[in-house]
Design a protein around this ligand. Structure first.
Ligand code: GAR
Length: 207
């Protein structure tokens, strides 16, 4: 059984999709051992507690320095015994030592079709603002392994979502979540939990 540590920062709808998928069998062979937030007000923490999953906040502000925050995060991940770290709406850029420790064992959901609208300045609603600002007709979401870059790791799954006339960043964000994120995040976890994919030369292939 693959042990998951889910890292969150906000509403936690992707966490909820994972919880629901484990409950209804769309994800098999996996369970969540811990939920960690960098933000004490994240509703995701409440979702975890309601599901009876150990949840904790590790806030940069309480740690004294960025280095100590990263150390506390790494310690919490290690002591959870997690096999896979899932960044489910986690707005913390992972430092080298955590990325190295979880090489090919950490995944992230990004709300666009990488390599479009990704990288340092693209997160949350900003992504959808940029998509509408550029006038693209198709966007979507991507699940990828995390490497040393921002949104540059091996791509596991992508799903396209059409942009509609009259979309606002908020309506587009919601549709990308419903039609893409909440579908491909659970699928990616299920593929990993059941040993169906491997990473070779920076690319994800089926086993
Ligand atoms: C999601 O749209 C996720 O793709 C995005 O933040 C949102 C979190 O929502 N992540 C990023 O932008 C990471 N670069 P949630 O807390 O409801 O799952």
């Amino acid at each position: 059984m693959l042990k998951l540590a889910v890292l969150v920062s906000g509403g936690g709808t992707n966490l909820q999709a994972i919880l629901d998928s484990i409950a209804d069998g769309r994800i098999t062979n996996a369970r969540i051992v811990t939920v960690i937030s960098n933000n004490k007000n994240a509703y995701a923490l409440e979702r975890a507690r309601r599901a009876g999953i150990p949840a904790q906040c590790i806030c940069p502000g309480d740690c004294g320095s960025r280095e100590r925050f990263y150390d506390a995060l790494l310690e919490a991940l290690e002591s959870s015994g997690a096999d896979l770290v899932v960044l489910a709406g986690c707005m913390v850029v992972m430092p080298e030592k955590i990325v190295k420790k979880y090489e090919n064992r950490m995944i992230n959901i990004h709300p666009a079709l990488i390599p479009s609208f990704c990288g340092k300045d693209y997160y949350g609603l900003r992504v959808h603002e940029a998509v509408l600002g550029r006038g693209v007709k198709v966007t979507g979401a991507t699940v990828h392994f995390v490497d040393q870059g921002t949104d540059t790791g091996p791509i596991i799954l992508q799903k396209a979502v059409g942009v509609r006339p009259g979309d606002t960043p908020e309506t587009l964000q919601r549709r990308v979540m419903e039609e893409a994120e909440w579908v491909i995040m659970p699928q990616a976890i299920d593929l990993i939990a059941n040993g169906k994919i491997k990473v070779e030369n920076g690319l994800v292939t089926e086993r």
